[in-house]
Design a protein around this ligand. Structure first.
Ligand code: F3S
Length: 394
């Protein structure tokens, strides 16, 4: 079997360094990836989403790499957006972020800015109008954003790493393999959902359970009658966290629904939901509740404001979101309601990528299966998992 990656003339020029060192290095990454995965060509992308933004996750080595690339004149060729950083760039002191950390974080963001990347700092770009169309090829990196782009929007992206998404952004291309090809966008696992899913936490639990069972198969759900975008976002994020799932379908809801010839079939019922939820929850009282994993939509912030406006929560809490959504929440008076109830609307960052463990927290509450999966290892937290009405008032 001969599989050759063929480059166009323009791509070859990029590879040969005729468009500068940064493009050459980036093309080298894309060609290497393409060869590993048997791609035969490159495909132009309409946008890129770059992860590896928090100083906590990339450290000094990452910062040096980015600063070096920016100094070589790297510029992105397509609209490119950043994943969350390690702090709110305006409220970091209020969040009790250590000063040294903040200084390094600013340098990381500056390097990305020099390359022409929008400092959106969100894992839910689709809530701030960045919504690729069905069939668009993109190179997105953050796992929950990848799941949403593929599954809910019908765009096509592999789960890129930080460097490969950045290389794709600089070249405007990505190797054509994996989920860019229609034949690979088929579900090998059908999940019959035999119970009502009412809240975001229910979708988080379903995602956590199915992500673990999916192995390398894409799941297709039947029996889910309705799902809001925040619920779909948490379903995808939770499956991506527990099982690296980059694509799922829901019969009657997602724009695509295709099965392999002999899909495995399983049932998820009321007892499974209860058992999964119980297994994710330490039942401890949280000292901090974090809502917005992935980043909250304006509707979710309205819901939180409505709840805490009636009764003050018994612990500190954050709502994590994109800067643009926070600005809207400020204008609508939602931030004020939340702050008066002892909370904070946090932009640019989240509970997992900020240095939570250095800020004195021990038990963190969440309604997201993704945060529940990552908080113990990445932030040394015990997890209180449940609906927001439960975890805010435990
Ligand atoms: Fe986003 Fe942080 Fe969750 S990056 S998906 S809020 S862990």
């Amino acid at each position: 079997m001969s599989m050759m990656l063929t480059l166009t003339r323009e791509e070859q020029r990029m590879f040969d360094g005729e468009l500068g060192e940064a493009v050459r290095e980036s093309m080298e990454i894309l060609v290497a990836l393409g060869r590993i995965y048997g791609a035969r060509r490159m495909v132009p992308i309409t946008s890129a989403q770059v992860s590896g933004v928090s100083y906590k996750t990339i450290g000094d080595a990452g910062l040096e790499y980015l600063a070096d690339l920016a100094a070589k004149g790297a510029k992105v060729r397509v609209p490119t957006f950043l994943n969350p950083a390690g702090m709110d760039t305006e409220q970091w002191q209020r969040m009790k972020i250590p000063r040294d950390f903040a200084a390094k974080q600013v340098k990381v963001l500056d390097a990305y800015g020099k390359m022409g990347i929008s400092k959106t700092c969100t894992c839910a770009p689709y809530f701030i109008g960045i919504r690729p169309k069905k069939g668009d090829h993109v190179a997105w990196a953050e796992s929950s954003a990848v799941a949403f782009a593929n599954s809910v929007l019908g765009a096509r992206t592999n789960r890129e790493g930080g460097p490969s998404a950045l290389a794709a952004a600089i070249c405007g291309l990505t190797p054509y393999y994996g989920l860019h090809m229609p034949e690979n966008r088929k579900a090998g696992l059908v999940v019959k959902v035999n119970c009502a899913l009412k809240t975001i936490a229910d979708f988080g639990a379903l995602g956590t359970a199915i992500g673990k069972l999916a192995k390398n198969k894409h799941p297709a759900f039947v029996g889910i009658r309705s799902a809001s975008e925040p619920q779909l976002k948490v379903l995808g994020a939770s499956m991506a966290a527990s099982g690296s799932v980059p694509l799922f379908f829901i019969d009657g809801i997602t724009p695509e629904y295709a099965l392999t010839d002999n899909p495995e079939i399983m049932v998820f019922d009321e007892a499974d939901l209860r058992k999964t939820r119980e297994g994710m929850d330490s039942r401890l009282k949280p000292d901090l509740v974090t809502i917005g994993c992935p980043h909250a939509s304006i509707q979710e912030i309205k819901d939180v404001a409505r709840i805490v406006g009636k009764k003050k929560p018994t612990c500190e809490f954050w709502v994590c979101t994109a800067r643009k959504i926070k600005d809207e929440a400020d204008k609508l008076g939602l931030t004020k309601t939340i702050e008066e109830a002892g909370g904070l609307v946090v932009a640019d960052t989240c509970m997992v990528v900020c240095p939570l463990e250095e800020m004195g927290h021990i038990v963190t509450g969440t309604n997201s299966g993704k945060a529940a999966a990552y908080l113990p290892n990445l932030c040394k937290q015990k997890v209180a998992f449940g609906d927001i009405e439960d975890i805010l008032y435990r």
